[in-house]
Design a protein around this ligand. Sequence first.
Ligand code: ATP
Ligand code: MG
Ligand code: MG
Ligand code: MG
Length: 462
Amino acid sequence: MDVRAEFLKFFEQKGHKVIESSPLVPDDATLLFTNAGMVPFKSVFTGEVPRPNPPRATTCQTCIRAGGKHNDLDNVGYTARHHTFFEMLGNFSFGDYFKEDAISHAWEFVTEVLKLPKEKLWVTVHESDDEAEAIWKKHIDASRIMRFGDKDNFWQMGDTGPCGPCSEIFIDQGAENFNTPEDYMGGDGDRFLEIWNLVFMQYERDASGVLHPLPKPSIDTGMGLERVTAVKEGVFSNYDSSLFIPLTNKVAELCRKPYAYATGASYRVIADHIRAVSFLVAQGTTFGRVGRGYVLRRILRRAVRHGYLLGLREPFMYKLLDTLCDLMGKQYPYLVAKKEVIAEQIKNEEESFFTTIASGLELFEKELPNTKTMFSGEVAFKLYDTYGFPLDLTADMLREKGLSVNEAEFEALMAEQKARSKASWKGSGDKATQGEFKPLLEKFGVNTFVGYTQKEAKTKVL
Ligand code: ATP
Ligand code: MG
Ligand code: MG
Ligand code: MG
């Protein structure tokens, strides 16, 4: 089943305008990346821009959750349901219909279009939301409606912005398939799989945390395409669905080792990360040292480390681009149009990390025996500073061993370095004879640029 097409068609028939996905980098300084389908509509919800006509929309929005309020980077590879990059299907009412229709549309789609078994479905509402519970009782047995507090059933885009109580739909994938201590309704396991969140947009949170009522209560929903596709295909992990199998297979081909779920975290991380990295690069984000560019770098380097674990010793991520284009190019033609450029940028970044990764890993291994529970922040800083290991990469390597990193020590060294470079920056310019360059100047004298007046001296081989 083409879940994406079915979803958009269903809501189009219910009077929603189908709108294209907006960029991953939002036009919003409070957000790192578009992390939900509602992001492009933020100013419609807040009343800053007039409501469109019709006041209903439906989208399949590409999202990134790898930083900021919603960050799933650490989950990737370990849960069956999280990605850094994913597609969120959504229907939106801008001050038009509210809880009653949002719930009945969702129920109709889930039971009549997706045809998911009713007896396996559960729903949650906010603990204060009698209204939503009463509506749900018309559709589903009261024993499968649960009330939770703000942590689970109050949704917000970021620290500020539109928000409201929400109601979610879950499918029970069976105790026989999942039995970790986290696999209960409301737990973090994968047994009760959250497929759809219906947010009753009623407030805007300001910078001081205060909630203000929105001009008109609205609806924002979000359903993960990858999760629903997996459910429809009868598999228990997104990574076992047709959206990911060609990617994990390609990784297996490159490292010449077959993929198996139980031991396949690295394959899954790579399959996930190539999507995030390729889409970000396709949309113009470049690898860098700060902000979004650094998130991009962190995602890529994490994938490279997992490739290293699989025995790969030279750039490989860029070789996944053909497979990715086969999978997603029809829906996102810009990916195909920019394939070569994306591949080249990825390859360059891989090459640069491959020059230091072995020495970094050696240092890491050397430090491990000294680590009881907390890995030295000083070594983590050296890994970062000298070998290009982002802190979360070191943390990811430690997590596999049940260890953590001394982040406070790392941050202190980072702050020191920043202060130092600020000081040396201040000391540069007309005061070049001061600061950390002083001993060098004393030793070698002032280095005058002579390139325009003298021929280049031949390098003396010692
Ligand atoms: P979870 O509790 O599983 O982490 P969530 O509550 O954080 O999910 P929402 O913010 O409610 O997710 O997002 C709406 C929907 O988007 C979810 O119901 C799910 O189907 C999908 N979704 C959320 N995060 C991810 C992710 N990292 N990867 C894939 N799909 C996701
Ligand atoms: Mg989450
Ligand atoms: Mg949740
Ligand atoms: Mg949710």
